[in-house]
Design a protein around this ligand. Sequence first.
Ligand SMILES: Nc1ncnc2c1ncn2[C@@H]1O[C@H](COP(=O)(O)OP(=O)(O)OP(=O)(O)O)[C@@H](O)[C@H]1O
Ligand SMILES: Nc1nc(=O)c2ncn([C@H]3C[C@H](O)[C@@H](CO)O3)c2[nH]1
Length: 323
Amino acid sequence: MMLTLYRRVNPVNKIKKLTGLTRVIGFGHNEPPAQGEAGNTTITQAAHEFSTMANEADSISRSSSRCLSSNTSTPDGNPRVKRVSIEGNIAVGKSTFARLLQSASPDWEVVAEPVSKWQNIESGTMKGTCASSQTAVSNLLQMMYQDAQRWSYTFQTYSCMSRLRTQLQPPPARLLSSEGTPVQVYERSVYSDRYIFALNMFELGCINSTEWAIYQDWHSLLMEQFGHQVELEGIIYLRALPQKCMERLQRRGRSEEKGVKLDYLNKLHIQHERWLVEKSTELHFEKLKHVPVLQLDASVEFQSDPDVREQFVTKVTNFFNNL
Ligand SMILES: Nc1ncnc2c1ncn2[C@@H]1O[C@H](COP(=O)(O)OP(=O)(O)OP(=O)(O)O)[C@@H](O)[C@H]1O
Ligand SMILES: Nc1nc(=O)c2ncn([C@H]3C[C@H](O)[C@@H](CO)O3)c2[nH]1
């Protein structure tokens, strides 16, 4: 019997060959990311083709109502403690803003992005010379920036898993007994993992079509299984132009981000705008399509200006009260 194997042509690879974008995004210090938008539209079309294919069987019906054991519901079925994520480009100021919120009200609990986990993955033990052993530690954030094509898929599996853990953390007792509007605030979410970063890496060719299909498959399964526990009631979008984010990124000087180029921040900015402003990103979770978004101008300097800080806190308070 003869077996015929058909090899599907990966349109992204084909496009990369056509446009010469063989290393669409190399953050490694010897591999600057390609400048300009060459080929991006076509890659985006290919991305859409694949995301449609991978998701036909994947349209999510919300999982049968899984109750939050640690977050009691109001009579209308909504969780007592609201859940909001802060979204925005790299170095736009999410952690800084989160600290401001944390100090503004005891009813708000901020949960940081698990960056330090990505920088310190215990990856086994190394035998030392004199019978001692040392723990080997990998920095996945650095590995991803140095060789995006090799490590992006691995990075997205780990970032998404660690975000899921973060979002599943029960609210602290203080929030459960609050008489105001208690809110758990996450720095980014399982949704930006998919609709900002993983999607962007796919469009850049750093995640191939097989990896993207697999990512979407398990992401949808997890969202379905964890149902209401990972849903958000609101999103705060901190918006600033990529140039401003670049200035802050450089000022912060995180060593892993040395190779990040303005072009990459431009692309991430576009993904945020599509998802949160233009609403043109194809989403697969019904509730997410209707989550209210509070957009704040993050380009203003608020650290040294108490009036600006107060205005931000007032806007956020009103937003939370209306969720
Ligand atoms: N409103 C602001 N005005 C001026 N500088 C700011 C402002 N917000 C943050 N910064 C500075 O910009 C840098 C990046 O801020 P921060 O670490 O809060 O960004 P981030 O969005 O959390 O980053 P990441 O995307 O890596 O998680 C820091 O050096 C911080 O002090
Ligand atoms: N590739 C990729 N996928 C993600 O889901 C993701 N989330 C955050 N980051 C990068 C941005 C900052 O450098 C740093 C801290 O936010 O980590 C990500 N990078």
